[in-house]
Ligand binder design. Structure first.
Ligand SMILES: [Zn+2]
Length: 365
């Protein structure tokens, strides 16, 4: 067996390994689980797994208190039952500046969101030349056959025959500006790229569905999130995160930073009630165990920093219970999906937490 001392490299994964070695077969310390009877005791890492699950949920609650207002529920229109739904992900287009009119130019390779016989959903661009604004409406149904080609082409330019879309994009505001690959690359590398709202994937009354951005959704994602980030000077090293992703990461990592004393408090509270805890009287073990749980929570934040990034295309897996092939979206649209950290879908904090808690397995002996 390896020794019990602190490893020389205090990286989260080494911390996690250390706590595995030191605390096997011990019951959890959190107040919800520690008095709960189990069939065969807390074998192997079951206690640690329960604690990571409990304190991970506490992190969710505290982070939601900080930034939950940036993630409002989506009000669905009457045709979609008129209820409030949880957003699974917000879909964004990348934008550059139009070479002709300088309006923001969304680079959308296709306006299809979902295409199935009888239940197609697509984006219809709307624009206002005076304000140089462009936005998208989500339309569902069966498109007229004359529109199908245009929907498939998205913002790409059709060739002279009008049948095939080229690699160049057109401006949806002035209709004049055209951007080829070199122009797009230059705009992006010179920092003039931005992002614009496309649609929202929601967990609706009849499964996953699409909804448009309304004023409240745009304001939360852009205005409120920008303000939150600039007031706190939150920063990400990679520059690959939009403001709201920065806000979420800053909030989650701030809360994880406060978890250690909270866990220690729970443990001390437990001993003082006269429990025969295996941690009792060993001061060092209290801090040491808390460090281990926190190491797992930090691993979780690291995983989220990768997933909640504008560099990562949408990778939500297709599952039989979900209606839309969401995983395919970003291969067709030049954009990215911003997963809702506070939903239950793949990529959310809750789903990553479940995966980490499950992964805490017994060490091979
Ligand atoms: Zn233009």
């Amino acid at each position: 067996m390896p020794t019990h001392g602190k490893p020389t490299d205090p990286s989260p994964s080494n911390e996690a390994l250390r706590v595995h070695q030191e605390f096997a077969d011990m019951p959890p310390v959190n107040p919800r689980d520690r008095e709960r009877p189990t069939q065969d005791g807390w074998r192997d890492m079951a206690g640690l797994s329960a604690d990571v699950g409990y304190y991970g949920q506490w992190v969710w609650n505290e982070a939601f208190a900080q930034v939950g207002h940036l993630y409002p529920k989506v009000r669905l229109p009457k045709e979609q039952a008129g209820v409030e739904a949880t957003a699974v992900a917000w879909l964004w287009a990348r934008t550059i500046r139009c070479p002709a009119c300088a309006a923001s130019m969304p680079l959308v390779r296709s306006f299809w969101l979902a295409r199935r016989r009888g239940s197609a959903t697509w984006l219809e661009p709307r624009s206002d030349e005076l304000s140089q604004r462009v936005w998208f409406e989500v339309v569902a149904g069966e498109p007229p056959s004359t529109q199908v080609q245009g929907i498939s082409a998205g913002a790409r330019i059709l060739d002279r025959s009008g049948s095939r879309s080229t690699a160049s994009f057109r401006c949806l505001v002035c209709g004049e500006g055209a951007a080829g690959r070199h122009y797009v690359d230059r705009e992006m590398s010179e920092g003039r790229a931005g992002y614009a709202p496309l649609a929202i994937v929601v967990d609706g009354p009849s499964g996953w569905d699409f909804a448009g951005f309304d004023g409240e959704q745009s304001d939360a994602a852009l205005g409120l999130a920008d303000r939150w980030v600039s007031e706190r000077r939150a920063n990400a090293p990679s520059g690959q995160h939009i403001a709201r992703q920065l806000a979420a990461l800053a909030a989650f990592s701030d809360v994880v930073g406060r978890a250690r004393p909270y866990i220690i408090h729970d443990m001390i509270d437990h001993y003082s009630t006269g429990s025969s805890s295996p941690y009792a009287t060993v001061e060092r073990d209290t801090a040491s165990y808390a460090d281990g749980v926190v190491a797992y929570l930090r691993l979780l934040v690291d995983a989220c920093a990768e997933g909640w990034s504008s560099a990562v295309p949408l990778e939500l897996p297709r599952t039989s219970t979900r209606r839309w092939p969401v995983g395919r979206l970003t291969s067709r649209a030049q954009g990215f999906a911003e997963v809702n950290p506070f939903c239950e879908a793949p990529g959310s904090w809750a789903s990553q937490l479940r995966a980490v808690a499950r992964a805490i397995q017994p060490l091979p002996s």
